[in-house]
Design a protein around this ligand. Structure first.
Ligand SMILES: Nc1ncnc2c1ncn2[C@@H]1O[C@H](COP(=O)(O)OP(=O)(O)OP(=O)(O)O)[C@@H](O)[C@H]1O
Ligand SMILES: [Mg+2]
Length: 360
C-alpha cells in the first residue's frame, strides 16, 4: 500500500507460482536483476506445500547467489488466495481511530476468520455519494498462514522481510513511477497475467478503485493443451509459447495445422479469462455513472502469448499498451543484452514495483 518510502537498501522479490523475480535498485539504478523458473518440468499446483516451499527456497537461493546479492532486507508480495482486497465505506474518522477499530470494521467484509488474518488499510478520501460524512477505505486482509510460508522462505535463504505488499499494488507503484499520467480522464486498468492468477487493479485519479485476482492465467492454457493433446507439461508449455493464438484475419498462419489446432484449444480458455475481466470492468463501471475506462496496461509472462493483446482489445474495446518496467531506472546490470532485457519486460512489473517501495 502507499506509504512514505522507508529509507534503506532492500531487494524486491516476486515469488510467483511459475517464476521467481528479483530486482535490486541502488539510488534508482537497477543494480541486480534475476529471474528463474521454479520448475521447468512440472506445474507446482499439485506439489505438497512443504516440498514446494523447499524448492522455491532453493531456486531463490541460486538466483541470489548467481547475482551476488549481498543486501539482507527484502520486500515481498502476496496475491491470489493469500489476500482479500475490499473497497468499503466507513464513517469519517482519523487514521489513528481506524487503526484501533479496523478489526471490527473489517469483520463483515472478510470471508475467513479474522484471527487468521493480517489486516491493513488505506483511507482513500471522502466518499462523495452520501450527505452524511463518510469515507472510502481500501481494506486488505492477508492470510496469516500463507504469509508465514512466504516469510519463512525468505528467512530460510538468509534474508529479512521488511515489507509485504500486494501484487496489484506493486503494479500501481510501478505505474506511478514510470508513467504517472493523469488518470482523471478515465480509469486505467492494470492487468498482470501470470501463471495462476490474473491481477486487475483499476486506478482513477491516482487512486485504486477496484482490485481483484482472477484464478485463470497461463497454467490454464498449458493444462488445456496437456489434456486435449495428451502432452507432458514441458511440451505443452513449449508449444503454447511458440504457437500462441491465431486471429481469424491472420493469413500468415494458414496451412499450419498444428498452430490452428493449438489456437483452437487455447482460445476458449482466453475467452473464459476475458469473460471474467469483462465482468470486473462492468462491475467497476456500474458503481457510478461517471466511471469510464481509458485503456489497459498489460503485463505478466502470459502477456507474451502471441495475439492475446489483440483479442483483449476486440473483447473490451479498450486500447492495450505495454509497460517497460526498466524504462525509467538507470541500468547498471552487467551481462544482460538489450534483447534479453526486452524479453524480460513482461515478467518484471510487480518486482520493480516492490523494489521501488524503499529508498536506498
Ligand atoms: N513466450 C510466452 N508465451 C506465452 N506464455 C508465456 C511465455 N513466456 C512465459 N509464459 C507464461 O507466463 C507464465 C509465467 O509468468 P509470470 O512470471 O508473470 O507468472 P508468475 O508470477 O510466476 O505467476 P503468478 O503471479 O500467477 O503466481 C507461465 O504460465 C508461462 O508459461
Ligand atoms: Mg506473478
Amino acid at each position: 500500500m502507499k506509504n512514505l518510502k522507508p529509507s534503506f537498501d532492500a531487494v524486491g522479490i516476486d515469488i510467483g507460482t511459475h517464476t521467481i523475480k528479483m530486482a535490486y535498485l541502488k539510488n534508482e539504478t537497477l543494480a541486480k536483476l534475476g529471474l528463474r523458473e521454479i520448475s521447468p518440468d512440472t506445474a507446482l499446483t499439485t506439489m505438497p506445500a512443504e516440498e514446494k516451499d523447499k524448492l522455491i527456497a532453493n531456486v531463490l537461493k541460486q538466483t541470489l547467489a548467481e547475482n551476488q546479492v549481498s543486501v539482507k532486507r527484502a520486500v515481498i508480495s502476496i496475491s491470489g488466495d493469500a489476500v482479500v482486497v475490499r473497497y468499503i465505506i466507513l464513517p469519517q474518522m482519523s487514521q489513528k481511530d481506524l487503526e484501533t477499530t479496523i478489526k471490527f470494521e473489517a469483520e463483515p467484509y472478510i470471508s475467513f476468520p479474522l484471527d487468521q488474518a493480517i489486516l491493513d488499510f488505506q483511507i482513500l478520501g471522502d466518499n462523495e455519494g452520501e450527505e452524511t460524512k463518510r469515507m472510502d477505505v481500501l481494506l486488505v486482509a492477508g492470510k496469516k498462514e500463507l504469509i508465514d510460508r512466504q516469510v519463512n522462505i525468505i528467512k530460510n535463504v538468509g534474508l529479512r522481510p521488511v515489507l509485504i505488499d500486494v501484487d496489484s499494488f506493486a503494479l500501481e507503484t510501478l505505474f506511478d513511477y514510470n508513467i504517472g499520467e493523469d488518470t482523471n480522464t478515465g480509469g486505467i486498468v492494470l492487468l498482470n497475467i501470470g501463471a495462476t492468477f490474473t491481477n486487475i487493479n483499476i486506478i482513477e485519479n491516482g487512486v485504486s478503485r477496484f482490485a481483484r485476482d482472477i484464478a485463470i492465467a497461463g497454467n490454464n492454457l498449458t493444462k488445456a493443451l496437456q489434456r486435449d493433446l495428451r502432452l507432458d507439461y514441458r511440451k505443452a508449455e513449449e508449444l503454447k509459447k511458440i504457437k500462441g493464438l491465431i486471429l481469424s484475419e491472420d493469413e500468415d498462419e494458414e496451412g499450419d495445422k498444428e498452430a490452428e489446432q493449438i489456437s483452437d484449444i487455447l482460445k476458449p480458455v482466453c475467452h473464459e479469462l476475458l469473460g471474467e475481466i469483462r465482468r470486473s470492468l462492468d462491475y467497476y463501471q456500474a458503481q457510478s455513472s461517471d466511471r469510464s475506462l481509458k485503456k489497459i496496461i498489460l503485463t505478466g509472462g502470459t502477456a507474451k502469448i502471441k495475439n492475446l493483446e489483440k483479442i483483449i482489445t476486440q473483447e473490451t474495446k479498450l486500447p492495450v499498451e505495454r509497460i517497460n518496467p526498466f524504462e525509467k531506472v538507470k541500468f547498471g546490470v552487467k551481462n544482460i543484452s538489450a534483447e534479453q532485457l526486452s524479453d524480460l519486460q513482461p515478467f518484471f512489473a510487480v518486482c520493480l514495483g516492490l523494489a521501488l517501495r524503499v529508498r536506498s
